[in-house]
Design a protein around this ligand. Structure first.
Ligand SMILES: NC(=O)c1ccc[n+]([C@@H]2O[C@H](COP(=O)([O-])OP(=O)(O)OC[C@H]3O[C@@H](n4cnc5c(N)ncnc54)[C@H](O)[C@@H]3O)[C@@H](O)[C@H]2O)c1
Ligand SMILES: NC(=O)c1ccc[n+]([C@@H]2O[C@H](COP(=O)([O-])OP(=O)(O)OC[C@H]3O[C@@H](n4cnc5c(N)ncnc54)[C@H](O)[C@@H]3O)[C@@H](O)[C@H]2O)c1
Lengths: 201, 201
């Protein structure tokens, strides 16, 4: 099992490798990766050694092989079908973003309680009334939801999603959600990140 | 100095406390906070003990006092003036979001190279041509930027921002940016977070 911190680093290595491929660079050293991320070279080598491949030559790692090793170990190809609940500014931006599918994140539909949004198409995906969530979750076999409703609807909508069989909630709202033990929540704490980033300014 | 992980936890406690105030709850125990976040009660008590106030009574912490202690220790009131560079889907969603200012994040303007976006107003903020960045950064005394341009413009725009005096870049693009030593970058690794969240599914 790969730790959270390592998954975070491996996805950033993957960004660097994707960039190398765009620029036609075939091999890269751990020192180059470490320098770009301002982390220890030994940490990069340790992370890569954990992956089951990585053709290492005298001049460094093979870019294409390392990239596919990361994709394999982090299950990029495992399709994760997802609903977006709350088709507002943030929900729309996430729905229109077509890079998610490269990581296996497959947004199937959006849900909203505002009738003006129903039947609108965003990034090729339909906006359904929130009442349809349970039926559509069963029909499309979805148990992951991205929550982008306002703070004052967050807990109530969460209760509704849990009842509809949602087991994983990627929470963008500034509310810490109360859920049963068998439901996982990831709090996308954007403000916490910003405060960490600017704290020592 | 408060560690990154602690800042992350304190901002989540702040969300819980804000919710309590909305519901008219006056005091809260560390066990309740720990239960909501699925972390150790002793961790919560240790974090709170580090803050310089926290009226602790027999029934728990005083909600209002604890909330303002967190705001004080994390410098919510220190105004952080920020530009958004890349006025697309994500840039617009961030600009329209009015909760940022509660944490001291003050978005002053957006910049974009698409002439169709110039002079548009988003959330009360103007979109300027990217060429105006240097002049506006000096005029408004801004050295923090949120980067929301496409991946293929990320490095070039970063070079331009660094030249314009930007010292802190909150990077939403999937590109690891090369910057001089005196510039700080925070990679908002949304895909890394999603993979961590669904890895063990
Ligand atoms: N926009 C950002 O940049 C940003 C940044 C950080 C966090 N957030 C958080 O993300 C969430 C969404 O933000 P936004 O800016 O997109 O808000 P928004 O107001 O633009 O969108 C919210 C959407 O949720 C829908 N909605 C409201 N109540 C609902 C209910 N009971 N059931 C179903 N849908 C419902 C609304 O109709 C609307 O379409 C908020 O909680 C916000 O705090 C946003
Ligand atoms: N939308 C999302 O949900 C999401 C999620 C994760 C990451 N991202 C990343 O955030 C970035 C923005 O995504 P988006 O969906 O808003 O894209 P978008 O295409 O909607 O917006 C990009 C904006 O950048 C502007 N731009 C392009 N080149 C520029 C340049 N040289 N100088 C100044 N402005 C320039 C464009 O005119 C456009 O307005 C991308 O790098 C994307 O990978 C987006």
């Amino acid at each position: 099992k790969i730790s959270d911190k390592t998954i975070n680093r491996l996805t950033l290595y993957h960004c660097i490798l994707t960039d190398c491929i765009r620029k036609g660079i075939d091999s890269i050293s751990s020192t180059t990766i470490a320098g770009l991320l301002r982390i220890d070279d030994s940490q990069v080598r340790k992370d890569i050694a954990m992956l089951d491949n990585t053709g290492k030559s005298r001049v460094g790692y093979d870019v294409k092989e390392l990239k596919s090793a990361i994709e394999h170990n982090l299950a990029f190809s495992k399709v994760k079908n997802v609903f977006i609940v709350g088709a507002g500014n943030l929900g729309f931006a996430l729905a229109k973003y077509n890079n998610f599918s490269n990581y296996g994140l497959n947004i199937l539909a959006l849900f909203d309680n505002n009738p003006l949004k129903h039947d609108v198409e965003v990034g090729g995906k339909k906006v359904y009334p929130i009442e349809d969530l349970k039926g559509q979750a069963k029909k499309m076999d979805v148990d992951i939801a991205i929550l982008t409703v306002p703070y004052n609807a967050a807990q109530q909508v969460t209760d509704y999603m849990v009842e509809a069989g949602i087991k994983y909630i990627w929470n963008f709202t500034p509310v810490v959600l109360a859920v049963p033990d068998d439901v996982q929540v990831w709090n996308e704490n954007l403000m916490g990140n910003f405060l960490q980033f600017t704290y020592s300014k």
